[in-house]
Ligand binder design. Sequence first.
Ligand code: HEM
Length: 402
Amino acid sequence: MTTAPDTGTPDVDVDLMVFGDNDQAFLEYPQPHYAKMRARRPLLSAPGAVQTTTRAALDTALRNAEIYSSGMEGAPLGTERPLIPLQIDPPEHRKYRKLLDPLFAPKQMAKLEPQISAQVNELIDGFEARGSCDFTNEFAIPLPSQIFLRLFGLPFSELPQLLEFNERTQRPGGSTAQEHLAARKANAQDVYRYFADVITERRKEAPRHDLLSKLLTTDVDGERLSDEEVIDVSFLMILAGLDTITDTLTCSFKFLAEHPGHRQRIVDDPSIIPSAVEELLRWETPVMTIIRVAHADAEIEGCPVKNGDYVLACLGSANTDEKEFENPDEVIFERNPNRHIAFGGGIHRCLGSHLARQELRVALREWHRRLPHYELPRGFVPEYSDGLRSVRNLTLLFPAAS
Ligand code: HEM
């Protein structure tokens, strides 16, 4: 088992990270690698790709969407059309956010608090007496999935199907790039068919109060979304909305299980939870890297970028940049200000951030109220997924309720 430092990072000496590796040591403690990458910033990691690692370099890439596009034509997700709004550039992007932002506004998400709280408690009821849980499968996956499906307006029985779509996009079968692409294309066709059927059924009914009904019935600038547009939004929602909170929960609870001092801070003073959530997002940054493609010759911090180059924006590294954060290698729940970019930046900044924050805060509050003492099993070896950082096998032990 790798010993976690009390605060900060282990003293490791490794080569620069090549993204896409399934390097478990990197995935568990990426922060020292980020520091090494920043020392070589911004570096040309491969022909046709620039890796940006500092906060300043990422700001340039993410805040200039006219040059650094997320259009990604031919992106390897196997889709026929861009995912909306993630793969749409300005000015069209604005139209979609105008429709979607109010649906995910803080006030709307605050209304979900009782439902999230009830859901968290129901899940804990299921394993509290046992004194242990498969945290990933019994808590971190079902919680955001149940909340999201209800919000979207799909029955919970659809979850296995949606998780399968998600898994086949993130980790497609095959061993070569061509095989991956073929598997993703087949998956995308299945997703298109699935949502086309859901929409056809929905159109036969009176509108409900859920997200899908709102997508089907709301006008933006006098126009309604076409069925294809609703499918392309829905496709992105299941990719962005199911996994990311799961990933953040598993990374955060592993950190807390390994750092009893931090955990006790939450137990003693739950009012610290909102800023603890931000600091855990900064430190763990489950979405490590996002990608843009340059639509013109340009320059980032003195490094030439050619038209057509991919720009790999390493959010995890920007979130531990010593120029932005004092003592970046310490996890400080009171950190203020905390301008982390775990939710991205610029026009594509996460649409679901308020939903994510609400779920993470309620999960931390209710969990620590009921199960203040927990730990990892002796000899626990975490298994991280590649792609998004997530502990796939997190197990927690706690005193069994009598
Ligand atoms: C802790 C949880 C989450 C994290 C860390 C996260 C992270 C991110 C990041 C980094 C981006 C920017 C991607 C880019 O610019 O290329 C993003 C965008 C997005 N996220 Fe999230 N996300 C989370 C939860 C959610 C949830 C629950 C939803 C569901 C509604 C969601 C929906 C979206 C959408 C639709 C976009 C694209 C926005 C646009 O292009 O305008 N996210 N997210």
